[in-house]
Design a protein around this ligand. Sequence first.
Ligand code: SF4
Length: 755
Amino acid sequence: MATHYRTCPFCEATCGLEIETDEREVVSVRGDEADVFSRGFICPKAYGIKQLHEDPDRLTAPLVRRDGELVEATWGEAFEEIDRRLSPILAEHGRNAVGVYLGNPNAHSLPFVLYGPAWLRMLGSQNIFSASTVDQMPKQVSVGAMFGTMLSVPIPDVDRCEHLLLLGANPLVSNGSLLTAPDMRGRLRGIRERGGKVVVVDPRRTRTAEEADEHHFIRPGADALLLAAIACTLVEEGLEAPGKLAAHTNGLAEVRALVREFTPEAVAGACGIDAAEIRRMARELAAAERAAVYARIGTCTQEFGTLASWLVDVLNVLTGNLDREGGAMFTLAAAGQRNSSGATGSGKGVRFGRWASRVRGLPEAFGELPVAVLAEEIETPGEGQIRALVTVAGNPLISTPNSGRLARAVEGLDFMLAVDIYVNETTRHADVILPAPEPLEKPHYDLALYQLAARNVANYSPPVLDPTLPPEWHTFLRLAGVVTGQGPNADVEALDSMVIQTLVQRELGNPDSRVAGREPAELLEALEPRRGPERILDLMIRVGPYGDGFGADPDGLTLDVLEQHPHGIDLGPLEPRLPDMLRTPSGKIELAPEAIVADLERLRAALRRAHNGGMVLIGRRQLRSNNSWMHNLPALVKGKDPCTLHVHPDDAARLGLTDRGRALVRSAAGEVEAPVEVTDGIMPGVVSIPHGWGHDEEGVRMGVASTHAGVNSNLLADESQVDPLSGNAVLNGIPVEVAAAPGAEPAEPAAAAAG
Ligand code: SF4
């Protein structure tokens, strides 16, 4: 028997696991009591690491389509097929003829985070899509414009906060999102035990809301109006106090003027919250010594996603809570983006819209296009049409809006390649599937998420099991070989050498770097004999803010040091980082970015919009589910059907729906039939279906998921509806008609469709 300590790779919380193995058998999975961050906390998904290891449906060899069937092939055969099919498309139709979709698990994959970008650069396509535009892109756009980089996200300092206002976030179930902090229940309870207050705003009374001091239902899509009204109250009543932030902020006066029209009285109807309540929320926020406003997916996946995300940080600035202990702070990670290095504060900032989607003209953000345009980019003939699609750990036929249209579109592709562990609803269409190693066979370091942590921590996990598959970084480098014309058998060692040399040269060429002026050979020698992700990670840690600077600080961090600390290293609480962390060209917080201010016109128009009384659909997060990909693990799907339509009792009565009956839900994009769960935990006029389900498609090879199929809520999402600045799909607040399904038992009064 052997005991291993490892960070859980399944969500942003980065919990420490204690895993016992006997040879290749995983005997037990527990929380690691000695983990410096999670202190033994885990959620039910942690056990999934054992069940994923044992899952007979997990792919263990490449699949290649022969005579219409996906059959096992060798790696050599699979790469030959990729080269045979993909290279002519690139040669004949150019780089943009290949689209790429990246799923959410990539954010937790060290090999992908470090090698995926290199492969994408070599591919050179502008048709890059990811789960970001059905999730958090609005927040990244707003913080990019305000602070200068996509990861300059203020994190609520939950362990010292005394007043936390949460919107569209359910951290008790999500375990934190753009907020890495294991055991959010314990941390939120800590706020209340310190005499503080937790306030939740959400169209559902979520588990987080149940634990909070106060919960307000809000109409889906109205968060930006509420936030603007809170800002207005602060300004009107002289409650704003940016303090030291004023010296580091451009646009304060403009924002003060802009929010004045959004009075609580003006927005109350649209929000469904009394004006007096909004004013009280504002006053309490202003009065709290240490407060933070935090908003997540519910505020991003709506028509005013970027405005709402921006207004969250406007409030953090107006109340003086940005960059203050107990407020909203910036993590200083051991490795990551330049803004984590602690170097002096200004930079290039961000530019959006460097190119646009071909058909609808939607702008790129951070190098990717909105996934809401993927189907039309495949369907529409002409130069730049997507003819081949590569998906990596993604299931866009379940996860993206109007997935019914996308399912039809991919049928017309000339070639499709997937890097995935399953034959799922998307990869069943692929011509080649390259399996990725299971988490236990990979090194792990949550490079992206530690940059969003509520405490500065670092934890590296070596692989637990010997590999049975080629490492993922080999796969990406071989794909890089194909797209650069080196054929199916590119020299992986040589490509890896090129990658590390490029990174070393970039570091040495940065005047802010701790190693500027040193010789490349000196650094490369010090990184020996590591290869692959560990070599790059070691470089990043050593030049990072806690690193040894390649010998400059003998007590500094290296990957060797992290390996000697299997429970992680605590690098301390968040510290004020302004103005050094700013990367805007001005070196200031841009509180009134031009594009965001211009978008306020849409919000004004929304105030004038009459509510038509119709029903709207929202999603919901589930503790045992992680988007679409963990539904084949028996422990996570056992028990009662989680994929139900939540409907308020008043609406159920009006619409003739009964608890455990069935409802037909129709939108502009499609229709689904779902089991009904009547609950007063949802706002009247709103219904909810969790996303990520719908596993009953032909050709899916996920035995457990297929018997717990659920319905695909994204068949209802309308791909024409996006937040214009970020391109993020509007998944919350979808207009729907709801009625009892034909043949379902009608309740009293008789069934009637909502208008
Ligand atoms: S909260 Fe997230 S990181 Fe922690 S055990 Fe659950 S899935 Fe893993």
